[in-house]
Write a protein that binds this ligand. Structure first.
Ligand code: ZN
Ligand code: ZN
Length: 199
Protein backbone atom coordinates (compact mmCIF):
# COMPACT_ATOMS: atom_id res chain seq x y z
CA UNK A 1 0.00 0.00 0.00
CA UNK A 2 1.25 3.46 -0.89
CA UNK A 3 0.12 6.63 0.89
CA UNK A 4 1.02 10.01 -0.59
CA UNK A 5 0.46 13.25 1.31
CA UNK A 6 -1.20 15.57 -1.22
CA UNK A 7 -2.14 18.60 0.88
CA UNK A 8 -0.56 19.75 4.09
CA UNK A 9 0.53 22.84 6.04
CA UNK A 10 4.07 21.91 5.01
CA UNK A 11 5.64 20.63 1.82
CA UNK A 12 8.60 18.42 0.94
CA UNK A 13 9.30 19.83 -2.54
CA UNK A 14 9.39 23.37 -3.95
CA UNK A 15 7.02 22.53 -6.85
CA UNK A 16 4.28 21.50 -4.39
CA UNK A 17 2.20 24.07 -2.53
CA UNK A 18 1.77 24.09 1.23
CA UNK A 19 -1.47 25.39 2.72
CA UNK A 20 -3.57 24.97 5.85
CA UNK A 21 -5.52 21.76 5.23
CA UNK A 22 -5.05 18.05 4.72
CA UNK A 23 -5.44 15.39 2.06
CA UNK A 24 -3.68 12.12 1.31
CA UNK A 25 -4.01 9.52 -1.45
CA UNK A 26 -4.12 5.83 -0.61
CA UNK A 27 -3.33 3.30 -3.34
CA UNK A 28 -4.43 -0.19 -2.41
CA UNK A 29 -7.08 -2.43 -3.96
CA UNK A 30 -9.03 0.80 -4.38
CA UNK A 31 -7.70 4.33 -4.74
CA UNK A 32 -8.98 6.47 -1.90
CA UNK A 33 -8.47 10.18 -1.46
CA UNK A 34 -8.73 10.97 2.25
CA UNK A 35 -10.04 14.56 2.62
CA UNK A 36 -9.62 17.20 -0.08
CA UNK A 37 -7.76 20.14 1.48
CA UNK A 38 -9.02 23.72 1.62
CA UNK A 39 -8.52 25.04 -1.91
CA UNK A 40 -9.32 23.15 -5.09
CA UNK A 41 -6.62 24.88 -7.19
CA UNK A 42 -3.92 23.88 -4.72
CA UNK A 43 -5.31 20.34 -4.44
CA UNK A 44 -5.41 19.84 -8.22
CA UNK A 45 -2.01 21.45 -8.74
CA UNK A 46 -0.38 19.19 -6.14
CA UNK A 47 -2.18 16.16 -7.56
CA UNK A 48 -0.84 16.96 -11.02
CA UNK A 49 2.74 17.30 -9.76
CA UNK A 50 2.35 13.98 -7.92
CA UNK A 51 0.84 12.22 -10.96
CA UNK A 52 -2.55 11.60 -9.33
CA UNK A 53 -5.41 11.91 -11.83
CA UNK A 54 -9.02 12.61 -10.75
CA UNK A 55 -10.20 9.81 -13.06
CA UNK A 56 -8.17 7.32 -11.03
CA UNK A 57 -9.87 8.15 -7.71
CA UNK A 58 -12.50 5.56 -6.71
CA UNK A 59 -13.50 6.95 -3.34
CA UNK A 60 -13.25 10.20 -1.40
CA UNK A 61 -13.36 9.63 2.36
CA UNK A 62 -14.20 12.84 4.25
CA UNK A 63 -13.19 12.95 7.91
CA UNK A 64 -15.32 15.94 8.84
CA UNK A 65 -17.06 18.93 7.35
CA UNK A 66 -14.49 21.61 8.09
CA UNK A 67 -13.47 23.87 5.20
CA UNK A 68 -9.83 22.80 5.28
CA UNK A 69 -10.84 19.16 4.53
CA UNK A 70 -13.70 19.44 2.03
CA UNK A 71 -12.57 22.40 -0.13
CA UNK A 72 -11.58 20.39 -3.22
CA UNK A 73 -14.57 18.04 -3.28
CA UNK A 74 -16.85 19.86 -5.75
CA UNK A 75 -14.10 20.29 -8.35
CA UNK A 76 -13.10 16.65 -8.08
CA UNK A 77 -16.68 15.50 -8.51
CA UNK A 78 -17.13 17.72 -11.55
CA UNK A 79 -14.03 16.11 -13.10
CA UNK A 80 -15.00 12.56 -12.09
CA UNK A 81 -18.70 12.15 -11.22
CA UNK A 82 -18.12 8.43 -10.59
CA UNK A 83 -16.24 9.07 -7.35
CA UNK A 84 -18.07 7.58 -4.37
CA UNK A 85 -18.04 9.89 -1.34
CA UNK A 86 -17.99 8.56 2.22
CA UNK A 87 -19.35 11.49 4.19
CA UNK A 88 -19.22 11.93 7.97
CA UNK A 89 -22.88 11.21 8.66
CA UNK A 90 -23.97 11.65 12.26
CA UNK A 91 -25.33 8.15 12.76
CA UNK A 92 -22.18 6.49 11.50
CA UNK A 93 -20.95 3.60 13.65
CA UNK A 94 -17.62 1.77 13.33
CA UNK A 95 -17.83 -0.53 10.32
CA UNK A 96 -15.93 -2.11 7.45
CA UNK A 97 -17.24 -0.31 4.38
CA UNK A 98 -14.94 -2.12 1.94
CA UNK A 99 -12.84 -5.22 2.55
CA UNK A 100 -9.90 -4.02 4.63
CA UNK A 101 -11.18 -0.45 5.03
CA UNK A 102 -13.04 0.65 8.16
CA UNK A 103 -14.38 3.84 9.63
CA UNK A 104 -14.22 4.56 13.36
CA UNK A 105 -17.72 5.99 12.96
CA UNK A 106 -18.44 9.54 14.04
CA UNK A 107 -16.78 10.31 17.37
CA UNK A 108 -17.78 13.27 19.53
CA UNK A 109 -20.42 14.10 16.92
CA UNK A 110 -17.88 15.56 14.53
CA UNK A 111 -15.34 13.34 12.89
CA UNK A 112 -14.62 9.87 11.50
CA UNK A 113 -11.16 8.40 11.02
CA UNK A 114 -10.08 5.77 8.52
CA UNK A 115 -8.62 2.42 9.55
CA UNK A 116 -6.90 0.22 6.97
CA UNK A 117 -5.97 -3.39 7.67
CA UNK A 118 -2.44 -4.32 6.57
CA UNK A 119 -0.14 -7.27 7.18
CA UNK A 120 1.70 -5.15 9.74
CA UNK A 121 -1.42 -4.01 11.62
CA UNK A 122 -3.88 -1.18 11.33
CA UNK A 123 -3.03 2.09 9.68
CA UNK A 124 -5.13 4.88 11.20
CA UNK A 125 -5.60 8.12 9.27
CA UNK A 126 -7.19 11.16 10.89
CA UNK A 127 -8.15 14.60 9.59
CA UNK A 128 -7.92 16.98 12.57
CA UNK A 129 -8.57 14.41 15.35
CA UNK A 130 -11.05 16.77 17.05
CA UNK A 131 -12.46 13.88 19.20
CA UNK A 132 -8.97 13.52 20.72
CA UNK A 133 -6.40 11.28 19.07
CA UNK A 134 -6.21 9.12 22.22
CA UNK A 135 -9.95 8.40 21.88
CA UNK A 136 -9.65 7.61 18.17
CA UNK A 137 -6.80 5.18 18.92
CA UNK A 138 -8.87 3.53 21.67
CA UNK A 139 -11.63 2.81 19.15
CA UNK A 140 -9.12 1.56 16.57
CA UNK A 141 -7.48 -0.84 19.06
CA UNK A 142 -10.78 -2.73 19.30
CA UNK A 143 -10.10 -3.82 15.70
CA UNK A 144 -6.45 -4.80 16.07
CA UNK A 145 -2.96 -3.59 16.81
CA UNK A 146 -2.08 -0.21 15.37
CA UNK A 147 0.97 -0.11 13.10
CA UNK A 148 0.83 3.50 11.99
CA UNK A 149 -1.05 6.73 12.62
CA UNK A 150 -1.03 9.61 10.15
CA UNK A 151 -2.85 12.94 10.03
CA UNK A 152 -3.69 16.09 11.94
CA UNK A 153 -3.52 15.50 15.69
CA UNK A 154 -4.69 19.00 16.70
CA UNK A 155 -3.90 19.74 20.39
CA UNK A 156 -3.23 16.08 21.25
CA UNK A 157 -0.90 15.85 24.24
CA UNK A 158 -1.58 12.40 25.74
CA UNK A 159 1.70 11.25 24.23
CA UNK A 160 1.65 7.88 26.03
CA UNK A 161 -1.09 6.76 23.63
CA UNK A 162 1.56 6.58 20.86
CA UNK A 163 4.08 4.41 22.65
CA UNK A 164 3.26 1.07 20.98
CA UNK A 165 2.83 2.47 17.48
CA UNK A 166 5.62 1.78 14.97
CA UNK A 167 5.08 4.77 12.72
CA UNK A 168 3.74 8.16 13.78
CA UNK A 169 3.38 10.97 11.24
CA UNK A 170 1.98 14.18 12.75
CA UNK A 171 0.63 16.43 9.99
CA UNK A 172 -1.50 19.51 9.34
CA UNK A 173 -2.85 21.08 12.57
CA UNK A 174 -0.76 19.03 15.05
CA UNK A 175 0.35 21.50 17.72
CA UNK A 176 3.04 19.33 19.28
CA UNK A 177 4.88 17.93 16.23
CA UNK A 178 8.28 18.71 17.72
CA UNK A 179 7.48 17.21 21.11
CA UNK A 180 6.07 14.01 19.58
CA UNK A 181 9.11 13.47 17.34
CA UNK A 182 11.49 14.23 20.22
CA UNK A 183 9.70 11.70 22.41
CA UNK A 184 9.57 8.96 19.73
CA UNK A 185 12.56 9.76 17.48
CA UNK A 186 12.75 6.28 15.95
CA UNK A 187 9.04 6.00 15.13
CA UNK A 188 8.16 9.58 14.26
CA UNK A 189 8.47 10.96 10.76
CA UNK A 190 7.76 14.47 9.52
CA UNK A 191 4.81 15.20 7.24
CA UNK A 192 4.42 17.47 4.22
CA UNK A 193 2.86 17.45 0.76
CA UNK A 194 4.79 15.01 -1.40
CA UNK A 195 5.72 12.64 1.41
CA UNK A 196 5.27 9.01 0.41
CA UNK A 197 4.75 6.18 2.89
CA UNK A 198 4.93 2.57 1.69
CA UNK A 199 3.43 0.00 4.03
ZN1 ZN B 1 -11.23 20.40 11.70
ZN1 ZN C 1 -8.10 20.63 9.80
Amino acid sequence: MKITIVYDNETTKPDLKSDWGFSCFIENKKNILFDTGANDDILLSNMEVLGIEPKNIDIVFLSHNHWDHVGGLDSLLSMNPKIKVYKPDFSLKPKEFLPGFMTTGILSGIEQSLMIKTGKGLVVIGGCSHPGLENILDVARKFGEIHAVIGGFHGFDKFDALKDINLVIPCHCTQYKKEICELYPENCSSCGAGKIVEI
